[in-house]
Each structure stands twice: as structure tokens, then as C-alpha cells.
Design a protein around this ligand. Structure first.
Ligand SMILES: *Cc1c(COP(=O)(O)O)cnc(C)c1O
Length: 457
């Protein structure tokens, strides 16, 4: 399995021949794929809940559950427990001295630096372009404060019509903050009648038509509901050609697909770390500010002491001198426990690369896609996520027809299979490449077929 652009189906067909299994649903095929998976050793870096823990009373209680919800909250890497416990130990033993004198070599006064370079690598950024800080929605506000500077001619923001609610609320409130009305200043890109996905050509057409009055284009890299991976580079380029600033919310893209923020010339981006980055509930978030902005003082920014020059931070002189790079956008001293949790989680990512993960993800989600399309009737299920693997990450969004989604969801839960439901009719499943197996995908589809036979009969 190498990082090729061969369609996953062609690769899967070849592996089927090599495995000598009778079909894709034959356990021998999944076993062959897991055996030859170059990332298989990473699964043991995680704590995987058992069937008994997830569905009390389930048979085979000690077997691991099937966890396809890494798009919402990634599983616990074992290193995270160790690192966080070490911080508690230092706090207990050293109190305030832990800021400077730390027996595990992570003095709190510079804790954010321990995760900066690895975070930057994951999103194709230079180290100085990334700061690990705050939480996602707060960071979106922080970045809008610096980058959304509406004028009479250029005051609009272009977003997806089905943006994640928090992003929609944040951006609407930013527009009002400037005493503008979202009715005039917010453009929501709608899918075509009867479609779920946004077509790149339609987004580009909006940019072409309204670009001169758009201040900021703010999309998600991967759409949380449909799993669509937008053509980030193309959209960024087209919008910048019209003079717009382009920002991306990478909540569902970071740790999922190999983005190249610096090379794609993105203006700003933000993401959380508790989804594909496995740093734990409410984990610390990150921002990207392209170096051409990060080192410029032309933009006003919301300031705080942690963005101030380190050499004089504790002199308390009250003359703000920002640190170079994205670090100059920080406000507060960061949460050490969540930063250290992220450090533990990133240490697993350091054992591989986004390219290797993407290569496995292609096959794993490609396998899921193939089985669902071939084993289950279109009368029961549709997949709204793009069929083209270049336009999606791990996640597939399954539409269950005839009002049966909740029955299926509860049936899966009783079998210790975790995805997540989005009303009215979608279940999202994301086999993440760090800890999911081909056998998990095979079992999922096998069990789903049984459930469908019961529920739809
Ligand atoms: C998960 C997610 C959020 C959540 O925001 P928090 O500030 O972390 O609560 C926001 N936006 C998008 C696009 C998300 O996927």
C-alpha cells in the first residue's frame, strides 16, 4: 500500500486477487488487508473501548467495539494519559516552580512551543505560521477580528449555506459587530436544487460575480455533514484573484487529509484538536496565519500578554510588541493539561505521515464505500459523500430512507458500533486510519445488513 493516486477500487481489486479470498465480504480479505497494513502497529497506541463498556450486556464483552466516530471525538492515545499524569505530578511536587523548572523537561512557560512544529507539519505550514491556543470558535472570532475589515464597497462574507452552526453564528455576529446586517453582508452558497454537495464551479461562479464586494471567503475544508472535501487550493486562488481574504475551518480536515496551507497561499485557518487529532474533549485548538500577514503589523489584532515578545513579557511595561508569526496572535497562557494532551496525541502522528495515513484512508474508506454500495439496496441507503476519493476524507455520510435512521442508529449502538446521527436521516461513519481495521469495516457492514433485514423487512 503506497501513497498512489490509483483509484481505491482498482487497488482493492488487486488486493482481492492477491488475498485469494472469495469476496470482499470474506473475512479472509479483511484479514489480508490488516496483515499488510503498514500502520497496523499504531492501533495499540490507543485505548479502544470494549463492547461491554459501550453496550452493557452485549455478548463478547471483552472484544473491542467498532468506533467510527473519530470525526467527532477521537479515541484516547495511551501517551496522553502518561503525559497528563506527569503534569499533575509536577504541579503537586513543584507548584508554581513548574513554570520554569519541570522534571520532564516541559516548563509551562513555554508549553505551547512543544506542539507548534508538529501541528504545523500536519497542515503543511511553517512552524512560525501556527499557534496552538484557545478553542475553535474563539479562534474564528480572533481571526475575523484581524481579517474582516469591511468597507462600504467590500463588506460581504461568503460561507456555505450549511456551515457548522457555530461558524454561522460566529460570522453573523462578526458582521453585526461591525454594525452591518447579515441580510446584506452574508452570502450563503447553496447546493443546487435536489443536491447535497456544493459544486466547485458554482462556488467559483459566486466568487466571479460577487468577489469585488466580498471581504472574506470562509469555508470548512471538509464539510461536517456531507464529508465533502472542498477544492481548497482552487477556491483560495480564485477568491484571492478577486481581492478577497480566504480563511478555512479545518475542524474536519486536520489529521484527516494532507492540506498544504502555506503552499496554497491560504490567508488564515483554524481547527480543533479533539476530532481527528485525538487530543481529548474540549482540547486546545490552533490557528494558521500565513507568514505574509503574521509578520505584518498592518492589521489590528486582539492582543494579550501571551502574544507579546517573550523577552519582555514579564517586564509588564504595557507597550505591546507582538512576537513574530502566528504566536503574536495569542492571548492567554495556554491550558497546560490540554496542550500536553495534544502533545501526547501528536506523538502518535509523529510515527507516520499524513501521506501514509491518507494512503490507508483511501483504501479503508474505499472499502467501506464499495461494500455499502454493493451489499445494500439503494431503496434503503444512499451515500451523500462524494464518490470521488479526492473529494472526501475518512467519513461517509449515510442516508437511511423511509424514516428508519434512528432505528438503525439505536440498533448499531446496541451492537457496540459507534457512528453519529444527524437528524433527520443521516448517520456519519468515519473509519480513521490510525486505529481502525479493515475487519472493523467488514463487521460493520455485515452487522448493518442484519439490522436492515430486521428493520426494513
Ligand atoms: C466541531 C466544529 C466546531 C466546534 O467548535 P468548538 O468551538 O470547538 O466548540 C466548530 N466548527 C466546525 C466546522 C466544527 O466541525
Amino acid at each position: 500500500m503506497s501513497a498512489t493516486k490509483v483509484a481505491p477500487q482498482a487497488q482493492l481489486d488487486e488486493f482481492l486477487a492477491q488475498s485469494k479470498a472469495s469476496s470482499f465480504l470474506d473475512p479472509a480479505f479483511a484479514a489480508f488487508m490488516d496483515e499488510h497494513d503498514p500502520l497496523k502497529h499504531l492501533r495499540s497506541e490507543f485505548v479502544i473501548p470494549t463492547r461491554g463498556q459501550i453496550a452493557p450486556g452485549a455478548d463478547r464483552a471483552d472484544e473491542s467495539c467498532i468506533y467510527f466516530c473519530g470525526n467527532s471525538l477521537g479515541l484516547l492515545p495511551k501517551t496522553v494519559s502518561r503525559y497528563v499524569n506527569e503534569e499533575l505530578q509536577v504541579w503537586g511536587e513543584a507548584g508554581v516552580n513548574g513554570h520554569f523548572n519541570h522534571r520532564f523537561g516541559r516548563p509551562w512557560v513555554r508549553i505551547e512551543e512543544t506542539v507548534q512544529e508538529q501541528s504545523a507539519r500536519l497542515v503543511g505550514a511553517k512552524k512560525e505560521e501556527v499557534a496552538v491556543m484557545n478553542t475553535l470558535t474563539s479562534n474564528l472570532h480572533t481571526l475575523f477580528a484581524a481579517f474582516y475589515t469591511p468597507t462600504a464597497e467590500r463588506h460581504k462574507v461568503l460561507i456555505e449555506s450549511k456551515a457548522f452552526p457555530s461558524d454561522h453564528y460566529a460570522i453573523e455576529s462578526q458582521i453585526r459587530w461591525h454594525k452591518l446586517d447579515p441580510k446584506d453582508s452574508l452570502i450563503c452558497q447553496e447546493p443546487r436544487e435536489g443536491e447535497f454537495l456544493l459544486r466547485t464551479e458554482d462556488i467559483l461562479e459566486t466568487i466571479e460575480k460577487h468577489g469585488h464586494e466580498i471581504a472574506v471567503v470562509a469555508f470548512s475544508g471538509i464539510q461536517f455533514y456531507t464529508g465533502q472535501y472542498f477544492e481548497m487550493e482552487k477556491i483560495t486562488k480564485a477568491a484571492q484573484a478577486k481581492g478577497c481574504i480566504v480563511g478555512w475551518d479545518l475542524a474536519h480536515a486536520a489529521g484527516n487529509v494532507p492540506v498544504q496551507l502555506h503552499d496554497w497561499n491560504v490567508d488564515f485557518a483554524c481547527w480543533c484538536s479533539y476530532k481527528y487529532l485525538n487530543s481529548g474533549p474540549g482540547g486546545i485548538a490552533s490557528i494558521f496565519v500565513h507568514e505574509r500577514h503574521a509578520n505584518s503589523l498592518d492589521r489590528n489584532r486582539l492582543a494579550g500578554w501571551w502574544g507579546h515578545d517573550k523577552a519582555t513579557r514579564f517586564d509588564m511595561v504595557n507597550v505591546f510588541k507582538p512576537m513574530p508569526g502566528a504566536a503574536g496572535f495569542q492571548h492567554s497562557n495556554p491550558s497546560v493539561l490540554t496542550t500536553t494532551a495534544l502533545l501526547g496525541s501528536l506523538s502518535v502522528f509523529e510515527m507516520t505521515t499524513m501521506q501514509e495515513m491518507r494512503a490507508k484512508s483511501y483504501l479503508l474508506t474505499g472499502y467501506l464505500y464499495h461494500l455499502l454500495m454493493n451489499e445494500i439496496s439503494r431503496d434503503v441507503l444512499d451515500i451523500i459523500t462524494p464518490a470521488d476519493p479526492e473529494q472526501r476524507g475518512c467519513q461517509l455520510s449515510l442516508v437511511f430512507k423511509r424514516g428508519k435512521m434512528m432505528d438503525i442508529f439505536e440498533g448499531l449502538a446496541a451492537r457496540a458500533i459507534i457512528g453519529d446521527e444527524r437528524k433527520p436521516d443521516v448517520i456519519r461513519v468515519a473509519p480513521t486510519p490510525l486505529y481502525s481495521r479493515f475487519e472493523d469495516v467488514r463487521k460493520f457492514v455485515t452487522e448493518l445488513k442484519e439490522l436492515i433485514a430486521e428493520i426494513y423487512n
